[in-house]
Design a protein around this ligand. Structure first.
Ligand code: ATP
Length: 199
């Protein structure tokens, strides 16, 4: 049975925070690979302007190009909306029948998990690999009340944490800066060439 990490997100743009979450989970959970699963229309970001999925796919490809354990998977971005995680898992189970899954999320996503669609079912479909995120305190009691059993479904990742977010990178670029050292150089170049996040 292979062990697969699932890193879903908007990746607008992908940055070192995503890559460190994937790598820290790969090492600590002994994952064979991590699938990067960009969402087409993220449910919790409806109503917000999101960069075209074609750009986000290109940026993820550039971000993971040097790592054979990291794989771009378009299952979520090519299926019809709504793109909930609880409906994505059965599609991935079909595609990778011999796999055990860990959904890799930051501490902010764990905090928000009770607002996701069917969180109680989600934690029966996979385990959760969680990397704490600066500024997002994990309130276990509140979480356990909202989603009983969640604590035992979580593998909490150890080690360094990063406060980089896509929101602050977009704001930084909009202010006229380059995103050097916040994300891989190839992604920064792509952003400049395609004039993303400048307006
Ligand atoms: P935005 O600022 O646009 O909301 P984001 O930086 O949070 O974006 P997403 O693509 O929404 O990035 O995140 C996908 C997943 O990666 C989420 O579970 C999120 O918690 C996690 N993640 C992103 N950045 C980090 C980070 N610096 N540390 C830990 N987890 C992170």
């Amino acid at each position: 049975m292979s062990r697969i990490g699932l890193l879903g997100g908007t990746f607008d743009p992908p940055h070192w925070g995503h890559l460190w979450l994937a790598e820290s989970a790969r090492v600590q959970l002994g994952l064979d690979r991590v699938l990067f699963l960009p969402a087409g229309e993220p449910v919790h970001k409806l109503g917000k302007v999101i960069t075209a999925v074609s750009h986000r796919l290109q940026m993820i490809s550039l971000a993971i190009q040097d790592n054979p354990n990291f794989v771009l998977d378009t299952t979520d971005s090519t299926r019809p909306a709504p793109h909930t995680t609880v409906t994505l898992l059965p599609l991935l189970q079909e595609k990778y029948p011999d796999a055990a899954f860990w959904l890799l999320i930051g501490g902010d996503s764990l905090r928000d998990l009770p607002t996701w669609v069917e969180p109680a079912r989600l934690i029966t479909q996979c385990r959760l690999g969680v990397l704490p995120r600066p500024g997002a305190t994990i309130a276990w009691e509140t979480l356990e009340t909202a989603v009983p059993g969640i604590k035992t479904a979580v593998d909490l990742l150890d080690g360094p944490t990063l406060s980089i977010s896509a929101t602050t990178i977009r704001a930084w670029i909009k202010d006229g800066h380059e995103a050097t050292y916040l994300l891989p150089t190839a992604v920064s170049r792509y952003i400049q060439q395609n004039k993303l996040y400048t307006d």
